[in-house]
Design a protein around this ligand. Structure first.
Ligand code: SAH
Length: 393
């Protein structure tokens, strides 16, 4: 265990139970951090918190306890069990794909666990939690009892706060990735747990897919940044007349076809477009296309603070053109998963895009991630996903 002594005057954040301890707050470090445990003491010597130690990160420790308890296997089991109960109470029926443990939101900073049917993927996001891998794996097996447990060690390279960046999509080995089936609201999906993005699927959009399904009947849907086309599957299941997926990743579009087949839904070649969305929307807008529903769910444009201005321009640009593609009376679901672009800023950007597009929209609903992505009040940074449901006048 390593002891991290706070600089005088830097106690406030820990007193407020904020789980991120920044290296700039540390006056002195003493001891051996090889077991991954950091003990935080105030200048007075009083012990105030314990957490996972990440020596090379700006966030030098992610704090798990504020009551003197030293993180161990029992603590992990208890936190995982509480997380599991929340899912049992709050998830919809016929849903076997969900985030089982959501890092700070479940009191487990630096740990994600995604469940896809029989398989669970444990993702260790920080150097400290990597050191605890064995105990965390055991807790995951004990509590979630998956048929198979896969472990990703995204580790210290990801340990930089906010939403961890997804690794770039890599083509699945041998043409197919490691595909694991699961259900979401009764629909069949697969997560590509090997070569896919995130742990293989964007579980955080479940609520938005359900909303889309509920309003899609008879509508034509343009799904931008589609990844494996899950929004289109939800729309078609809700009776959409047509849904077109646009993504730059060919393997993702292959999965999108597979998803439609698995749900016995229409899958015409022209419904899958491998292209850069920025070019594609311009081309379609220039051709005068109009859609009943446009979904715009790009990757995080801002991964660090210095990206925010550029990200804002990117969001404005894509939204302006997406808005031009929405028919009067039609819908735009526009999303941002950049934690650094907060809800207020995102709404302002979207407003400014609608001015430039000359298209008035009403905000009908805000919908972020579902109940399997809880956000700790102590760590509001965990709320990264914003979805605005806009209706064109
Ligand atoms: N809406 C998806 C998740 C989108 S993730 C879902 O619900 O599952 C973002 C996607 O954008 C990724 O699949 C990535 O391949 C794609 N992407 C990133 N930049 C792109 C670009 N410029 N043009 C097209 N697709 C892009």
């Amino acid at each position: 265990m390593i002891q991290l002594r706070l600089k005088p005057g830097r106690e406030e954040s820990v007193r407020r139970r904020h789980p991120w301890l920044f290296s700039g707050a540390i006056a002195k470090a003493e001891g051996d951090g090889s077991d991954g445990v950091a003990e935080v003491v105030e200048a007075s010597g009083r012990v105030v918190a314990h957490g996972a130690y990440s020596p090379d990160s700006q966030i030098v420790a992610r704090l798990w306890t504020f009551d003197g308890r030293v993180p161990d296997g029992d603590l992990f089991r208890g936190r995982f069990a509480a997380a599991r109960r929340l899912r049992e109470e709050a998830l919809p029926p016929a849903t076997t794909g969900f985030r089982g443990v959501n890092s700070e939101g479940d009191g487990c900073p630096g740990v994600l666990l995604d469940v896809y049917g029989d398989v669970a993927v444990l993702d260790l996001l920080t150097a400290g939690t990597e050191v605890w891998a064995q105990q965390l794996e055991k807790a995951a097996r004990d509590v979630f009892a998956p048929g198979e447990l896969l472990v990703r060690r995204s580790g210290s390279t990801r340990d930089r706060g906010g939403r961890p960046p997804s690794p770039p999509p890599s083509p699945p080995a041998g043409g197919r990735g490691d595909l694991r089936p699961f259900l979401e609201n009764g629909l069949h999906f697969v997560a590509d747990v090997g070569g896919g993005q995130k742990t293989g699927f964007f579980l955080d959009q479940r609520e938005n897919r359900a909303r889309l399904r509920a309003l899609a009947h008879g509508k034509r849907v343009l799904n931008l940044f589609s990844y494996s086309g899950a929004f289109s599957v939800a729309a078609l299941a809700g009776g959409a007349a047509r849904a077109v997926d646009v993504d730059s990743s060919a393997p993702a579009l292959e999965l999108a076809r597979e998803h439609r087949r698995a749900n016995a839904l229409r899958a015409a070649d022209e419904d899958f477009v491998a292209a850069d969305v920025f070019d594609e929307v311009r081309r379609r807008a220039a051709a005068g296309e109009q859609w009943d529903v446009v979904v715009c769910d790009p990757p995080a444009f801002a991964k660090k603070r210095s990206d925010v201005d550029r990200a804002a321009r990117g969001y404005k640009d894509i939204n302006r053109v997406a808005m031009a593609l929405v028919a009067p009376g039609g819908w735009l679901l526009t999303c941002s998963c950049s934690g650094l672009v907060d809800a207020d800023l995102f709404q302002k950007i979207v407003f400014s895009a609608s001015l430039d597009a000359g298209a008035p929209f009403a905000l009908v609903a805000r919908q972020g991630a579902g109940p399997d992505h809880p956000v700790s009040l102590d760590c509001p940074e965990g709320e990264y996903l914003k979805g605005l449901w806009l209706r064109r006048a």
